[in-house]
Design a binder for this molecule. Structure first.
Ligand code: 15L
Length: 266
């Protein structure tokens, strides 16, 4: 057990529901937050609903926690106003709360969509420039830079997880490259919480897939060792899907259908 009290935001979301029981094993108390229904508190849990847009509520939410796993916010492409409130203002409120409450470490759920406009014949490293594929990806780019500012200025450490596709199984050609199992996601989050020194780090949240587009070697200090590969799903997926349409931007670029919003919309 590493932590007295951990905070998980977005605990009612798709990944929050996966991580909630798993993180409990690593702390005495798990504070869980969301605006959606959190159900009832399991032993060792504290329910603490809070709106990311509400700075005072966020400050109270972070009181007395040793680390935050921040999954809260909008997780797909949405109109600007929704992204602005939850992901831009919300991320700012989270970091201001961390500063006020002296929370030393954040694990920030970024996204592969920070670099979604790289092509699938490119391998992206952790110090390559961002190429967000939409407003959602752009908001995660902002979150990564905000985290960097709060490290440089205030010493709050963050690991930005550019999560690929966290799913029970890969389900198409793209997710063969982007898949991360829930077990590997747990390994990644726990490594990010417990690595001795992380400063401001970025790492792709991806499994041990044979084919992939992301190079994590600059994040070896986090100690994440993925164990699950998508390869055993390949033949079934490739034989059941039509051949890829190489003229479709959603096939050319890593972000998949996320690139279609805006000028590339079909
Ligand atoms: C994301 O960032 C989304 O939150 C998730 O719903 C998936 O679409 C994932 O990326 C992905 O790229 O597969």
């Amino acid at each position: 057990i590493h932590f007295k009290r951990l905070l998980l935001t977005g605990a009612a979301g798709v990944l929050g529901r996966q991580l909630r029981p798993r993180l409990k094993a690593h702390c005495c108390l798990l504070r869980v937050s969301d605006i959606a229904d959190l159900g009832s508190a399991a032993p060792g849990e504290e329910l603490h609903p809070a709106r990311l847009e509400d700075a005072d509520a966020m400050s109270r939410l972070l009181e007395g926690v040793q680390a935050v796993v921040h999954l809260g916010g909008v997780s797909t492409e949405q109109p600007w106003e929704a992204i602005l409130q939850a992901n831009i203002i919300g991320a700012y409120n989270l970091y201001e709360a961390a500063r006020k409450q002296a929370v030393p470490r954040v694990v920030f759920a970024s996204s592969n969509h920070v670099t979604g406009f790289y092509r699938r014949d490119q391998v992206v490293g952790l110090d390559d420039p961002a190429r967000p594929d939409g407003l959602y990806g752009l908001s995660k780019t902002f979150g990564e830079d905000l985290a960097r500012l709060y490290f440089d200025r205030y010493g709050i450490e963050t690991v930005c997880l550019r999560i690929g596709s966290a799913l029970p199984e890969p389900h198409d050609r793209r997710t063969l490259a982007t898949w991360i199992s829930y077990d590997d996601l747990e390994r990644l989050v726990v490594a990010s919480l417990t690595a001795p020194m992380v400063g401001h780090s970025i790492i792709y949240g991806v499994g041990d897939n044979a084919v992939g587009w992301w190079d994590n070697h600059l994040a070896r200090h986090i100690g994440y060792q993925p164990q699950d590969s998508s390869e055993r799903f390949r033949s079934r997926i490739e034989s059941s899907e039509p051949p890829p349409d190489m003229t479709d931007p959603a096939t050319i670029y890593q972000g998949g259908i996320f690139v279609r919003s805006g000028p590339l919309a079909k």
